[in-house]
Design a binder for this molecule. Structure first.
Ligand SMILES: Nc1ncnc2c1ncn2[C@@H]1O[C@H](COP(=O)(O)OP(=O)(O)O)[C@@H](O)[C@H]1O
Ligand SMILES: [Mg+2]
Length: 311
């Protein structure tokens, strides 16, 4: 795809994340939650990672931010502006150049007012003005500045978190499910602000389970399933089923309200139940013998797909 000729802002290559868990009789078990995941986000681009619950979306975000839980280990490469994103670089960039809007509203500091969190402690007039402006953008009145997180509704808390994150004019924004708890208009407004950030040159990685919302604003869609990516498509490819490259993406397409909600049978496999080969094989209408082998992620029609067939 075009972006790849330039150095992408963020490049994740062959990322795998595993958890060590202790099971019966203190037996140690490694469970792979993400397997061979690759994606890129260019400057000025909004890429949406779309997948159902448990597909590994938040893990990807936490992996990039260097915020994985203690029992997790990872391998693969993560590059930011062409250089490995080391622990040391992350310490300097996290919360400034690279910002995560985390999933769930519980990340606000319960002891600080909304205004203090958005201003990050600054008290000068300019910071106050910027804070007011940021909150106003998300439809939050002046009175919200003196409220504590417990006094906010879930939707308000989300918007405060987003305002606090974008206040820092980041180069890379990772927004983990920023819209649940918001009604459609508010959700669209939030996404349009992320879109604006991309227009102004930032790279935006939007994480969502809502394909329709993603299609409203993203340039590209990366489809997640059971800890890996099955397809990378342009948003425009979703106008016609035939343009989509993977049977799962096609099933998602048919499951959209405008296409009559035709859900595919079966469920996503997890953790210790992952098939050796294609993770979609058990549900796939086109499965064949070779799908039991690991399937490479390859280029197809200007996008990428993890499927042997050229559908
Ligand atoms: N702390 C953890 N310990 C063990 N497994 C975990 C942990 N966090 C996540 N996982 C596993 O990783 C999978 C992906 O989780 P997550 O990235 O949160 O999914 P999503 O954000 O797509 O809903 C989960 O199904 C779960 O099995
Ligand atoms: Mg999540």
């Amino acid at each position: 795809m075009e972006q790849k000729e330039k150095t992408p802002l963020l490049a994740v290559r062959h990322l795998s994340i595993s958890f060590t868990q202790y099971k019966r009789w203190w037996r140690r078990e490694e469970q792979q939650a993400i397997r061979d995941l690759s994606l890129e986000v260019g400057a000025g681009e909004m890429v949406a990672v779309v997948g159902s619950s448990g597909s590994g979306k938040s893990l990807l975000a936490h992996g990039v931010m260097g915020l994985l839980p203690y029992n997790a280990s990872w391998e693969g490469d993560i590059f930011y502006k062409g250089e490995p994103l080391t622990e040391e670089r992350l310490k300097k960039l996290r919360g400034r150049e690279i910002v995560l809007v985390p999933q769930g509203a519980s990340y606000l500091n319960p002891l600080m007012t909304t205004g203090e969190q958005v201003r990050q402690g600054a008290r000068d007039r300019e910071s106050r003005r910027q804070c007011r402006e940021a909150l106003e953008r998300y439809g939050l009145g002046e009175e919200t500045e003196s409220l504590y997180p417990f006094q906010l509704s879930g939707g308000m808390a989300r918007r405060v978190m987003i305002a606090a994150a974008v206040q820092r004019k980041p180069c890379l924004v990772i927004a983990d499910e920023p819209t649940p708890g918001l009604h459609l208009e508010a959700a669209k407004r939030v996404l349009s602000h992320f879109r604006e950030m991309a227009e102004e040159g930032a790279g935006v990685l939007l994480i969502t389970h809502d394909l329709e919302l993603a299609l409203l604003t993203a340039d590209r869609i990366v489809v997640f399933y059971a800890g890996t990516n099955l397809e990378e498509a342009w948003a425009g490819d979703f106008t016609q089923e035939e343009q989509l490259r993977h049977p799962y993406t096609r099933a998602l397409f048919r499951g959209m309200p405008k296409n009559g909600f035709q859900a595919a049978a079966g469920a996503q496999p997890y953790g210790d139940n992952l098939p050796e080969g294609c993770v979609y094989e058990p549900r796939c209408p086109w499965r064949q013998e070779q799908c039991r082998q690991p399937v490479p992620y390859r280029q197809l029609r200007g996008g990428r797909v993890r499927c042997w067939r050229d559908i």
